[in-house]
Design a binder for this molecule. Structure first.
Ligand code: IMP
Length: 426
């Protein structure tokens, strides 16, 4: 196997960081292909909790090269902050972190516009992370964006930045917000550009070369399939292709590149921000899941909405990604819940359906049809093999597998690297 992908099958926060970190020990390159500093990938190494936003989760392995691909939106200041924080704990990225010249740059005005847009009266509030992601991707698609390569072309940078700042200021002034000064932004940008320069390269070529040379490459998805701009619960989505479909365009590789796609899901469901969530629990069970699972955003600290595992959405996400296997995370958090539930169908306007609907109002009206399974008690965080799990937990996993149509290949029973069970159920 040379090229594997780890993608989220829910609304993000599935625990991809832990899985990438685990698989990165067997990889030579870890590649981010979409999203930006909106991501928050948590890894616990030797009891220490570390969150990365832009740097791929493989950074914690000294020999692994990390690539930020063309499909990512790059906030240079956030990247430098993260590089500095990693250096403080002894992780040096010099000579092994590569940033695509084709990636688009997130500027401070993108963040100001993000916050403005998401609080505008009358507009649908998405509950974004405020990291400037939507406005930056908007500029990209509108062909007014600035790419990393442009940072080193003074004429292009000055003229494009002048146009973008004028357009942003126009909107900010009308909303009574602070505006941006072109000269100050240019000076700050030149300085940031110089500092990231050692990392900038033709990252697409580097990854293609690694694959041709038979090196192990891991693609790290950020957010989740249900937040994918094309396949998620639009418009309550992020602005990129978070599913495996984002890999070819976000890295410049052909479609056939992937040898394996691993889909990551929690044993229950969470969502941050607004948007439909059919299995959401607005009761004590939901609050208990939030507390047991410590469900607070890694990037924004916001409490996450919690609910039962949604098998309808999971089956859809596994299909559109071509998931070859499932990593089921946080199984330990379900201990003590009686019963545990999995949604196997939706009831919409009185009719039962196993299809994940595209329409927003259908999703908002969807009532979950649950399968109730016997729960289990006790601490399972020390289990290191499938046979050590209580039979009820094994039954839950096998129903998840059957409902989703993809085999469970990894089960996580705690945040630590060692709290991971690899292997099939049967
Ligand atoms: P944006 O990506 O900041 O534009 O936010 C769009 C939606 O995606 C919001 O509902 C965010 O809460 C959600 N979102 C973005 N990044 C993440 C993530 O890494 N985990 C979970 N939700 C996210």
């Amino acid at each position: 196997m040379t090229a594997r992908a780890v993608v989220g099958l829910q609304w993000g926060d599935e625990g991809k960081g832990k899985i990438v970190d685990l698989l990165a020990s067997r990889a030579q390159l870890v590649v981010r292909y979409q999203g930006g500093a909106n991501a928050g990938h948590t890894v616990v190494v030797r009891g220490r909790r570390m969150v990365s936003h832009l740097v791929p989760s493989g950074a914690h392995h000294p020999g692994v090269e990390c690539v930020i691909g063309a499909g990512v939106v790059l906030d240079p200041a956030a990247l430098l902050d993260e590089i500095g924080q990693l250096r403080e704990i002894g992780i040096d990225l010099a000579g092994r972190l590569w940033v695509s010249e084709r990636a688009h740059v997130v500027f401070a005005y993108h963040k100001a516009l993000d916050q403005l847009q998401d609080s505008a009266p009358g507009a649908a509030r998405i509950g974004t992370t405020g990291r400037g992601i939507g406005p930056c991707y908007g500029d990209k698609v509108n062909r007014t964006g600035i790419r990393v390569a442009d940072l080193y072309d003074e004429g292009v940078l000055a003229s494009r930045l002048a146009a973008s700042i004028a357009a942003a200021n126009d909107r900010l002034v009308r909303a009574g917000r602070e505006i941006f000064d072109l000269e100050a932004t240019l000076a700050a940008t030149r300085s940031l550009a110089e500092r990231i320069r050692p990392h900038v390269c033709d990252a697409e070529e580097r990854v293609a070369h690694a694959i041709r040379a038979g090196r192990e490459v891991l693609f790290e998805g950020a957010q989740g399939t249900l937040l994918d701009v094309d396949l998620g619960t639009y418009p309550y989505v992020t602005s990129s292709n978070a599913g495996s479909g984002g890999i070819p365009s976000g890295t410049g590789l052909p479609l056939r590149v992937l040898d394996l796609c691993l889909g990551v899901t929690k044993a229950y469901a969470t969502r941050v921000g607004e948007g439909p969530f059919p299995t959401e629990l607005r009761d004590d069970v939901g609050s208990r899941l939030r507390e047991v699972g410590r469900e607070y955003g890694a990037t924004t600290g916001r409490p996450r909405r919690c609910g039962w595992l949604d098998g309808v959405a999971l089956r859809y996400a596994a299909r559109v990604n071509g998931a070859d296997g499932l990593a089921v995370m946080k199984l330990d958090c379900l201990s003590g819940f009686h019963p545990v539930k999995i949604c196997r169908a939706y009831r919409i306007a009185g009719a039962e359906s196993e299809r994940f609907p595209a329409g927003l109002s259908a999703l908002e009206r969807a009532e979950p049809v649950y399968e109730e399974l016997p729960g289990w008690d006790g601490d399972i965080s020390r289990s290191r093999g499938i046979p050590e799990l209580p039979s009820e937990a094994r039954h839950f996993l096998s129903r998840t597998e059957e409902i989703t149509g993809a085999p469970v290949t990894i089960v996580s029973v705690g945040p630590g690297r060692e709290q991971t069970i690899e292997g099939r159920l049967r």
